[in-house]
Design a protein around this ligand. Structure first.
Ligand code: HDE
Length: 713
């Protein structure tokens, strides 16, 4: 019998780079000077096939041609049935302190230990080539390569889900995916079948509120929360079980796009989120997410006014605070999208000792589905041997053969019990790290029924609505106008309003009805309970940093160099990215110096930036006034409530943009004004101008000018 020291030695020591080193043997070497066949035979020519005469037919004997073409013909695997479009990154997780009082999981014990992770973030509905910025839930899957085996936390950026029982998942997905006769619309819930299903599925109401909210339009995959959604269990070394909800909180706060911007980005830059994640990591701006837990003692299981096994409910943070237990840092982009991001196989069932499941019927169904889906997607049972899926912990078992088997098992014994291998691999008792399922007592009749404790479908939808700020509420109403506005069948629209939203809040239902041509209900179907959970509002997120925000500087020939360099260096010092946008790509000449242009007005747009700055310089500002694209750029940024700033003659250009409701000072006058995030200043006082601009950028959006509908953009 091995001792517990053996147990320690048995496991390879893991540090953040272990996974990377582990993969080294699979990486193509960089000194591959000569082209070879798959057999390693050097190939002398790959530009012409072997033919009988220069104008003759191709010869069957051309093994190089056949091998190359056959491989190409088989390059595609089925995309994921949901979450097909995703982007991923490597990184590491580090606990803040020993979490033994909650869980015995090895990777949560030692604050000095870094556990390698691979994270894939996805949209749900669209196919693999769809746009990033659509209104949708974002998946957030983390594979922890722990010394005790792989642990996968497969979550979403919303803490609840549409349905309560996994058996409804195929129905939900069939309803939300493009309609089967004409395969439209792509990556959108705004069509009849989805809202038909939703209108007949009241349990979806809470999640619908989230999907209509700005949470469905993340500004960046680095700026959204994520949640494990279900209630899981943590198990400590004494075998004591506690219920837990997992939360990921982004260091940069939670920020969103606006709907008009999302739609335009889907056309102008469909890879917006993917590039944003990639570029941040390339720039060394490593995304960070704090792992937090809400812990509920077993004795308190029934002390809530909802069932903690119902995944359409969240536990308000005001009732059970989120305890931060560690931090994840994403610091390396994948080397190869297909080999890593596409072939990674997450499974909800991948747990390690110290983490266990509950009877949430969605979670139970997912335990089946993820393994099953990998079998078809990755072509057989050996997908765990793909480099990205291989654990860093050793693997010993009697699984054998199958498509694409890579391990070369030795000996005759592929069964237990055996004597031919001395009884190996042995059962691992619990004290040697063997996984033992929590011995929950279960007793019940076989029954196809929903628990009564799952039947309140509206209270938390109302809680969410009540917790929103005024702009957030307006966005939800507008989103509903869009979504239901695209539904052709009036009966479906009516049912959504009367059977769902009129139970959330009467005034809300009336606002929606008015926008989509339905007679508003005369009174509310359920009384609003008036409760709030401030943690649900994005209004209360981190707003003291401009780190990694993208600022556009609009400049033409004759721009004021001092303005640009003062603002650029101050913003960059705060961690922002500053890009010079001009008419053409050649360097700009100023009064003093030259400036490299990063992008032209043709290749970019305000939608790709968080804020815009127009420096002084009479010629530059004068020419910008006559440039319709530049005027549009500023108006559009203004319409999307982004900070707009101008210095010196740049203020004259802003005046020419006629930003409604904004009084701009005389460009010659000293001092700085900040009206609704429009910062104007005289160059005499650059420091206070910069300070004001930074403050405006940190706010992210200036909703107080949102209802200026006359902006021509
Ligand atoms: Fe998934 N889900 N899901 N899901 N899900 C998949 O597995 C499924 C659910 C989530 O980046 C599939 O590998 C069922 C909730 C993410 O590779 C599939 C049910 C949550 C990802 C599947 C749910 C998720 C998936 C498709 C109802 C949030 C992307 C491809 C019980 C907690 C993983 C795949 C990645 C992917 C099934 C509901 C999150 C078919 C049956 C709730 C982040 O197995």
């Amino acid at each position: 019998m091995p001792s517990s020291d053996d147990k320690k030695n048995d496991r390879r020591s893991v540090d953040e780079n272990t996974k990377s080193k582990d993969l080294e043997q699979f990486r193509e070497s960089s000194d591959d000077a000569y082209l070879t066949s798959e057999q390693g035979v050097r190939v002398n020519h790959t530009d012409d096939s072997l033919k009988a005469g220069v104008r003759g037919p191709t010869i069957m004997e051309d093994f190089h041609f056949r091998e190359k073409m056959t491989h190409f013909d088989h390059e595609r695997i089925p995309e994921r049935v949901v979450h097909a479009r995703g982007s991923a990154a490597h990184g590491f997780f580090q606990p803040y302190e020993n979490a033994a009082k909650y869980s015995k999981a090895g990777f949560l014990q030692d604050p000095s230990k870094k556990t390698p992770v691979f994270v894939r973030i996805s949209t749900v509905v669209g196919s693999r080539g769809s746009a990033d910025t659509v209104r949708d839930v974002r998946g957030f899957s983390t594979k922890f390569y722990t010394e005790e085996g792989n642990y996968d936390l497969v979550g979403n950026n919303m803490p609840v889900f549409f349905i309560q029982d996994a058996i409804k998942f195929p129905d939900l997905v069939h309803a939300i995916k493009p309609e089967p006769d004409n395969e439209t619309p792509q990556a959108s819930a705004a069509h009849d079948t989805f809202w038909d299903f939703a209108s007949l599925t009241p349990e979806s109401t809470h999640m619908l509120m989230w999907v209509l909210s700005d949470r469905a339009l993340p500004r960046s995959l680095r700026m959204m929360e994520a949640f494990g959604v279900h209630t899981f269990r943590l198990i400590d070394a004494d075998g004591k079980s506690r219920f837990v909800k997992f939360h990921w909180k982004p260091a940069l706060g939670v920020h969103s796009l606006v709907w008009d911007e999302s739609q335009k980005l889907a056309g102008k830059d469909p890879d917006f989120s993917r590039k944003d994640l990639w570029e941040a990591i390339e720039n060394g701006d490593y995304p960070e997410f704090e792992l937090g837990i809400q812990v509920v003692e077993e004795d308190d299981e029934h002390s809530f006014d909802f069932d903690i096994l119902d995944d359409t409910k969240l536990i308000p943070e005001e009732e059970v605070p989120v305890t931060p237990i560690g931090k994840m840092t994403l610091n390396r982009n994948p080397d190869n999208f297909f080999a890593e991001t596409e072939q990674v196989a997450f499974q909800v069932g991948n747990v390690v000792p110290g983490i266990d499941f509950t009877n949430d019927p969605m979670l139970q169904g997912r335990l089946f589905s993820y393994l099953d889906t990998q079998l078809i997607r990755l072509g057989g049972p050996n997908f765990n041997e793909l480099p990205i899926n291989r654990p860093v912990a050793d693997v010993h078992n009697n699984q054998r053969d199958g498509y694409g088997r890579q391990k070369i098992n030795k000996g005759k014994g592929a069964y237990l019990p055996n004597s031919v291998r001395g009884g190996c691999p042995m059962h691992a008792p619990e004290n040697m790290g063997g996984y033992v399922h929590h011995a929950e007592k279960v007793d019940g009749h076989k029954i196809r029924e929903r628990s009564d404790s799952f039947k309140d479908h509206f209270s938390q939808a109302t809680l969410f609505w009540n917790s929103m700020s005024k702009p957030e509420k307006d966005h939800i109403v507008k989103a509903a106008h869009f979504e239901l506005g695209k539904v052709k069948d009036k009966e479906i629209r009516k049912r959504v309003i009367y059977e769902l939203f009129n139970h959330v809040d009467h005034a809300f239902a009336v606002q929606i009805a008015k926008g989509v041509g339905i007679d508003p209900p005369s009174s509310g179907a359920t009384k609003n309970h008036g409760k709030k959970s401030p943690a649900l509002s994005m209004e209360n997120t981190v707003k003291d940093s401009i780190k990694t925000r993208k600022i556009a500087v609009l400049a033409l020939e004759g721009y004021n160099h001092a303005h640009v360099s003062a603002v650029k260096s101050a913003l960059m010092k705060e961690g922002a990215q500053v890009k010079i946008i001009s008419e053409r790509g050649d360097p700009l000449q100023s009064d003093k110096d030259k400036l490299e242009v990063d992008m032209t007005l043709i290749t970019t747009g305000s939608i790709m930036f968080d804020a815009v700055f127009i420096p002084g310089g009479k010629d530059s500002a004068g020419a910008l006034k006559k440039n319709g694209t530049a005027v549009h750029f500023v108006n559009e940024a203004f319409k999307h409530c982004k900070p707009v700033a101008a210095m010196g003659e740049g203020v004259d250009f802003l005046k020419a943009c006629r930003l409604p409701g904004i009084q701009l000072p005389d460009s010659e006058k000293s001092g700085v004004t900040n009206e609704k995030g429009v910062v104007a200043g005289n160059p005499d006082n650059p420091d206070s101008f910069i300070k004001e601009f930074i403050r405006a950028i940190a706010q992210h959006r200036h909703w107080d000018r949102e209802h200026i509908d006359t902006v021509p953009a």
